[in-house]
Design a protein. Structure first.
Length: 139
């Protein structure tokens, strides 16, 4: 039985809410990730995904050089404790209709992010989603 801590991505990238969208997109590209955690000072402001940038900014013709990630961030964050099972994480994603969940320790300190792709690679390694998640990015 896999725990969330076994499948999560431990490298969490934090960016301040004032970061322009184009800079956040470059960080995601350079780090080969699809999400960043947005901070407002020392506080967690939310999570921003590559899809958020497309749907909430590009599709609305927002200027990526002047629009900040804080203005489009998803402020409602969903967390799961790192010792929960991968199946519990999958159930939470299904219930909340989300693709990523922040992972915390018992003191609610952020320790990682688990994505639908992370779960697919462990729970169903022969699935199409797993194959896509393991593939190198298209450049």
């Amino acid at each position: 039985m896999y725990r969330v801590s076994d499948v999560m991505t431990k490298q969490v990238v934090y960016l301040p809410a004032e970061t322009p969208l184009d800079e956040a997109a470059r960080v995601m590209k350079d780090s080969d990730i699809g999400d960043v955690v947005v901070t407002d000072g020392a506080t967690l402001a939310g999570m921003l995904t590559d899809r958020d940038i497309v749907v909430r900014a590009v599709a609305e013709r927002a200027d990526p050089a002047t629009t900040t990630i804080g203005s489009i961030v998803t402020r409602e964050v969903v967390m799961i404790e790192q010792h929960c099972t991968a199946n519990e994480a999958a159930a939470l994603m299904r219930e909340r209709n989300i693709r990523r969940v922040l992972v915390c320790d018992t003191e609610r300190k952020l320790v990682g992010i688990v994505s639908l792709g992370d779960l697919a690679m462990q729970l169903d390694p022969d699935s199409a989603l797993s194959d896509i998640s393991e593939a190198a990015p298209n450049m």
